[in-house]
Design a protein around this ligand. Structure first.
Ligand SMILES: Cc1ncc(C[n+]2csc(CCOP(=O)(O)OP(=O)(O)O)c2C)c(N)n1
Ligand code: SF4
Ligand SMILES: [Mg+2]
Length: 285
């Protein structure tokens, strides 16, 4: 069984002290231990940003991709290696700004992968600019007079895109976040886990105190996660009370289930050395 020591890496951690990313890192390692997954069964993909260093700090297979492209990379890896557990770590700018086009389609395809978004509502690595999830009025280097746009609601978008697992966590509650990660990874299909992650250096608004005063757990209010309509209603709750937990969970056929000729087959094991594509190319000329 994998231990915490097995999952540690010798890389020097360069996150700011108290960064919300530490909670996500710890929760993820605990989730891997609880799931009893072997290290070689797991592949992580990350984008560019402070969150992207996740692949450096967990001792499993990892691909540090490019900004905005976590989902295409995770999709490709899972399609050719269906036996692997594929987890993507994206930033809010990474996924909800530059990579936004991939988001709805990944949900629609229902490829059996997990996406964990470090939603700090700011561009961290580039030293503090407004993102799609920044609050209206948020003042940063890119919006010195305050953002004039309403914040995008990723949970609501995932729900209306027919997401089969839609959840939100908070990195200040590692135990709860661990349980959400376990459920997300176990889910057969695409799982979105949006995580409130305080950026203690550049987000002066959405701080640990701010979240502590507001977040509450859906399961404590007997939310029925099979009721998508109710989940959508809950996803718009924002203000004095903000819900975390599983909004919606439903089994549906995955992308591969719709491709019976490759179902269960690892495309990496299909011999291709004898394949002659000349006739195919000639048919196109
Ligand atoms: C294709 C591309 N576009 C833009 C950038 C510049 N860039 C680097 S990190 C970053 C955003 C980081 O913000 P976020 O995704 O929210 O991650 P965080 O640092 O907050 O974890 C950007 C725009 C880049 N490296 N590559
Ligand atoms: S800039 Fe923000 S997100 Fe990046 S490491 Fe520092 S606290 Fe964390
Ligand atoms: Mg960010």
């Amino acid at each position: 069984m994998v231990t915490l020591e097995d999952l540690n890496t010798p890389k020097k951690n360069t996150w700011c002290p108290r960064c919300g990313n530490f909670g996500i890192l710890m929760a993820f390692k605990k989730a891997l231990m609880q799931l009893n997954l072997e290290r070689d069964q797991v592949v992580l993909v990350s984008g560019i940003g402070c969150h992207g260093k996740m692949v450096n700090y967990v001792n499993v297979n990892g691909l540090h991709g490019i900004h905005g492209r976590v989902l295409p990379l995770a999709t490709g890896i899972k399609l050719v290696n269906p036996s692997l557990t594929v987890v993507g770590f994206a930033g809010d700018a990474d996924c909800y700004d530059e990579g936004w086009g991939h988001f709805s389609h990944a949900i629609r395809r229902n490829i059996d992968t997990t996406l964990i978004v470090h939603n700090n509502m700011v561009l961290g690595l580039t030293t503090g600019q407004t993102t799609a999830t920044s609050q209206r009025g948020f003042k940063t280097k890119s919006t010195p007079f305050g953002s004039i746009l309403p914040a995008l609601n990723p949970v609501a978008h995932a729900l209306v895109s027919n997401g089969t697992f839609v959840a939100r966590g908070y990195s200040g509650d590692v135990e709860h976040l661990t349980s959400l990660m376990v459920e997300a990874i176990k889910h057969r299909g695409f799982a979105l886990l949006d995580v409130f992650q305080p950026c203690v250096t550049f987000n002066y608004l959405n701080t640990y105190d701010w979240f502590h005063q507001r977040v509450y757990k859906l399961e404590e209010e007997e939310h029925d996660y099979t009721d998508r309509q109710k989940a959508l209603e809950k996803s718009f709750e924002w203000g004095d009370r903000i819900p975390i937990g599983i909004f919606c969970k439903k089994e549906k056929p995955t992308y591969r289930d719709n491709l019976p000729h490759v179902k269960g087959m690892s495309l990496t094991k299909v011999p291709i050395t004898d394949v002659d594509i000349t006739p195919l190319l000639e048919s196109m000329t």
